[in-house]
Design a protein around this ligand. Structure first.
Ligand code: XIL
Length: 368
């Protein structure tokens, strides 16, 4: 009986070793390849943080030296009810990162999205202010010295570069961003503080981000860096704007990071009038064309897009401190569910079986 069980366990272990061996040992390691250039990160979900899948865990440990929690440090998870905090998942993240020698970027202290239900309807200014102050103070202080950095404010801008009319803007006024950094600086003196947003490579929104950074600096408050999220599409890369942004942000004396990189391959519902089309069945097939697999030509376009991007990152390596992918394998990417639910997208470097894609090898080629 006992020998049978031991045999079974040994077989399972060999099997796991073999598959994880294919992925994790036989291919180059991005964190090694770029170790003199920038950190290589991934956004991880709770099952990855708690090492549910040993094969995936081996891949994560081999490839990444930085981690951003995909959801667990957002306000709805950290403070699900008024003044009731749930630290356990974040503590697990800290332990996981420490064990694996990875940096942690906290994401995110102040953001209009994924707020706890009690916040969403809040009308009273004083209550919003108490939430704002207590949330930052409690969480930033608890993780100071345990994590490396915070996205202090996430997505505060509209596309035209003006401030987003979020609950924080509405109830606290436009200085809330400087205030958030001031509070974070006090509560977390040993933690780097970043502003993070999408599309801030685009000229108008970039100007808005520059204005935010300058305003924080002019107030004598610390801001250490800016994160360009990098949710782009493989067939439509804004390379020129990305390059301009790196230069302009770097000129402000802050670190530049690419914090949520994924290059989707599916049509964008906001191009032309395809949004309406997506609601019809003909439209949805058109909006979800690769359910049977990623065609080679599309994989190649994506591989080239990733290579172009990494060449640019390397060109500005003295300013760029971290590249974080928003996920590990295509199967768990948020882009399968957004902006249209139930699609089959392929935005990352590893496929649904966690095997490296052409995009992985094209990125590797830039590092050699
Ligand atoms: C996404 C997560 O990936 C999803 O799991 C979640 O349902 C919604 O949020 N910009 C951000 C991230 O700053 O926090 C978002 O993450 C993606 C867009």
């Amino acid at each position: 009986m006992v020998t049978k069980r031991i045999l079974k366990i040994a077989l399972a272990a060999t099997y796991l070793f073999c598959i994880s061996g294919v992925v994790s040992q036989d291919i180059p390691s991005l964190k090694e390849l770029f170790k003199n250039d920038f950190l290589i990160g991934a956004a991880l979900n709770i099952s990855q943080i708690t090492e549910k899948d040993p094969v995936e865990d081996a891949l994560i440990r081999r490839q990444f030296n930085s981690v951003t929690p995909e959801n667990i440090m957002k306000a709805e998870h950290m403070q699900p009810r008024w003044n009731e905090y749930n630290f356990e998942p974040s503590d697990q993240l800290v332990a996981y990162a420490r064990k694996n020698n990875m940096k942690v970027n906290g994401h995110a202290l102040i953001w209009h999205s994924q707020l706890p239900p009690f916040m969403r309807q809040m009308k009273d200014k004083d209550s919003v202010r108490s939430f704002f102050v207590n949330h930052i103070n409690t969480i930033a202080a608890r993780y100071d010295g345990k994590i490396d950095s915070w996205d202090v404010v996430n997505e505060a801008l509209e596309e035209d570069g003006t401030l987003r009319k979020s609950i924080f803007w509405e109830k606290l006024g436009e200085d809330y961003i400087v205030e958030a950094f001031r509070l974070a600086q006090k509560a977390a003196p040993n933690t780097k503080l970043y502003y993070n947003d999408y599309n801030i490579e685009q000229p108008k929104k970039r100007a808005g981000a520059i204005a935010i950074i300058k305003k924080i600096q002019a107030a004598g408050v610390r801001i250490d860096g800016v994160g360009i999220q990098g949710h782009w599409r493989s067939y439509d890369m804004p390379l020129k704007n990305i390059e301009e942004s790196v230069k302009e942000f770097a000129a402000l004396g802050v670190e530049v990071m690419f914090t949520e990189l994924d290059l989707g391959v599916l049509p964008n519902p906001w191009d032309g009038n395809s949004a309406e089309l997506s609601k019809t069945s003909e439209g949805s097939a058109r909006m979800n064309p690769y359910t049977a697999g990623l065609p080679d030509s599309v994989a190649q376009t994506q591989a080239k897009a990733y290579a172009d991007l990494f060449k640019l990152f390397l060109k500005y390596r003295q300013y760029i401190t971290r590249i974080t992918f928003w996920g590990v394998g295509d199967g768990h990417s948020w882009l399968n569910g957004w902006p249209i639910r139930g699609r089959t997208n392929y935005p990352l470097l590893f496929d649904r079986q966690l095997q490296p894609k052409p995009a992985f090898f094209s990125v590797v080629a830039t590092g050699k």
